[in-house]
Design a protein around this ligand. Sequence first.
Ligand SMILES: [Zn+2]
Ligand SMILES: [Zn+2]
Length: 266
Amino acid sequence: MLATALLCFSLLLSALPVVSAVSLNESEVEASTLLESNLTSSSLSLGQLAGLPGYITANEEPVDSKKTDYPIDYMPIDGGSATPAPVHTLIIVDDKAKSFLQNIYNDLCISAEATWSDTASWAYNILEGGDDPFWNCFGIDYVCNEYRAWVSPSGTLKQLLDWAQQTFPKPAGVEVTFVFTGQGEPLVGGYGERPGDAFIVSACAMNYLCPLVNVWQHEASHNYGVYDHSALDFTVCIMSGWYIAVTRSWCSGCYTTITQNRYHFG
Ligand SMILES: [Zn+2]
Ligand SMILES: [Zn+2]
């Protein structure tokens, strides 16, 4: 049921709150401090851990039994003759995502402080894992142009997506905004404009046992015009709330829609 409510928000219009921004250079994004030894005894599943800085990205092969629970279910590579241009992305991470990462470090008995750089690395890994099916099926490759660190006000995911875009307009050369927040709503993992050029993913989806790379793929898909499947529709698809946590595939209908809109960016 995770995704079925993603586009069912009532739009609560409110004044843009005062926000503050922290500068973050791409060069500050660096290797992480997570260690395999810290993770061996963790109760977190591989799907939950996917994308954490220093651990694995979604397209890596499982190397031990602990990691075999990751639901890899890629569609075959589509042999399209034309390759769309890269999708240039602005990544915005908020302080709640940073706190969320700190809590994970604490749970894993990692003494390091979760930094903005770590948090941006986490978001970047989610992007790189999340876009693998886009690349495999459509030749679409998301790349990160710039990062922003954001002390976000409290709001719904839809509000946060709007506020983030108002606070950090896309710089020249950037086509899409990806917001990564530690704020959440019950059983909602993200929100994506349909169609559009922005989406948000909540780290809280981990608590609903949904890999964040799957949420990323789902929300990014909305930008290409695909809808959520209804709760009465049991089609296996990343756009289905029943299957979002266990598949990386699109159904034939969603696949066709994205194929038709594959040049939405670039
Ligand atoms: Zn959705
Ligand atoms: Zn579908």
